[in-house]
Design a protein. Structure first.
Length: 205
């Protein structure tokens, strides 16, 4: 076995970074992911997707074995119809639209603080609901996702949302199958289009 001991490696190939075992290291990034600020327990941005006038949003190659837990923040800047904002998981570009999602929601009215609970029909569903939106109340959503890339575990969700000036609440859910996913697919239940930004962070351990 050969061993190389060095104190410093300087890139010499037109500032293209250094590739070791197929992994590109450059300017604080490892394979395009900024790891320069990682500390134990920190949130690391792994993907930012911006969209405008989209009927749906699909982003692949987001979840990996690098993190077990993820936080997804969805900020809508526009929506053309009122309804639910829904999420499905994807693997290798293929969206899981089968009835593999269980969920229950609890939400409270801003006007009178009354509480409502619902499973949105019979479980399982072919989607995971993450909140509501309409053309004037865009909605903000904060979703914790656990084990999406683990093929021997269910994926679980904890979604907190504000249907701004109307109500707010949370949705608890999980998949009904043990499958590994690397991406997500988000769409409005009422059709139409949505605009905004989705940020996905990995929880450092």
């Amino acid at each position: 076995m050969s061993e190389l001991n060095v104190d410093l490696i300087n890139e010499q190939t037109s500032a293209n970074g250094v590739t070791i075992d197929g992994v590109l290291i450059k300017d604080g990034e490892v394979d395009g992911i900024d790891v320069s600020a990682i500390v134990s327990g920190s949130l690391v941005l792994v993907n930012k997707t911006t969209f405008s006038g989209a009927a749906n949003v699909q982003t692949d190659n987001v979840f990996s074995s690098s993190y077990n837990n993820y936080k997804m923040i969805v900020n809508l800047s526009a929506a053309s119809a009122q309804g639910q904002l829904r999420l499905r998981l994807a693997s290798g570009g293929a969206v899981n639209s089968s009835a593999n999602y269980d969920q229950v929601m609890v939400y409270s009215s801003f006007s009178n603080a009354s509480h409502t609970t619902s499973t949105d029909g019979s479980n399982p569903h072919n989607y995971q609901m993450i909140g509501y939106q309409n053309s004037t109340v865009k909605g903000d959503y904060n979703i914790d996702i656990t084990s999406p890339a683990n093929s021997s575990s269910r994926t679980s969700f904890w979604s907190k949302y504000q249907f701004i000036d109307t109500d707010g609440g949370y949705v608890i859910g999980s998949t009904t199958v043990d499958t590994a996913y690397d991406g997500y697919y988000i769409y409005p239940s009422a059709g139409g289009t949505i605009s905004g930004t989705i940020l996905v962070y990995g929880y450092g351990e």
